[in-house]
Design a protein around this ligand. Sequence first.
Ligand code: MRU
Length: 357
Amino acid sequence: MSQNNHVYPVIWNENRVLLIDQNRLPNEYAYVEISCYEDMAEAIRTMIVRGAPAIGVAAAYGMYLGAREILSENRQQFLTQLEQVAQQLRRTRPTAVNLFWAIARMLQTAYETMGTVDELKKVLLETAITINSEDLQTCQAIGARGLEVLPTNPTQLRILTHCNAGALATAGYGTALGVVRSAWQAGRLVRVYADETRPRLQGAKLTAWECVQEGIPVTVITDSMAAHCMNRGMIDAVVVGADRIAANGDTANKIGTYSLALVAQWHKIPFFVAAPLSTIDLQLTSGSEIPIEERHPSEIYQIGDTILSPPGVEFYNPAFDVTPAELISAIITEYGAVPPSQLKQLLSKQYLSRELA
Ligand code: MRU
């Protein structure tokens, strides 16, 4: 943690990257040092660093670390080897599009930068640092834009969230938890309900930890309690993050998000997705095209050293599900919150204003 008590999961520090080891939280707050791109790929795969935007930032640094390891002074050979680094980083996790977005941006920078290989490497580091700092600003903007769409009645909200879309999952501040933070700072939040988020428990471990750091009242519930809490009138809004949003607004997020959205609709509780534009994948027309990561079954059958199920059982462990756009009240981005049906207009407006600037 930095001196100002903020959480930054990915830090560039004296020629190497420091990652908060998210597998050791909340019991231990420790950094892992990453000095080569293979270690960065492994850290993403094993979820030392996780959460879509944070994975993107980590991959950007991974690209620089890979570039730094390339010995050739020949531009063409350098670019060929950089493509191989990119390929290895891409193989780590399939669903969060921010990973692919950040790698593509780093590659594009390399192709567009003229000069010696040493100059290229310098520009790549600068680009990774820019991706990192832009994500932090983006999250703060998402937090502010979220406040504009949260219900005003009641004045003191109880917000349910799923998994961890907080500072730990981004460059800092968070997307869904960024909205929660803004609401807390504005005096509009009374409590966060955090789904524990089986099987990896990012809610119970990471979201709860972040709320405690910030002094935000938090209640952890098991995933299966969400419908009951809504039915009892305990929840005013649901805010979650996203790993990939298709052009029609269908949204992939941590497994369990879809059922939460269904239950929220039944109870007429607004359901918000908070995510940066870098999470939107316009190449995919709908959520059915989003690749869903499947992780090792031990995440389901094993807790610590304890095996939960008898031999002979089969397991299915998808890490994400897709929430249909119709169940989403609004997607909160850094440029404003819109219903999924208006996502494309928001993007083209944003694109046009960039072109005209
Ligand atoms: O498997 P994880 O922990 O990387 O999944 C994280 C999520 O599903 C988050 O909700 C999502 O990445 C958004 S993070 C701002």
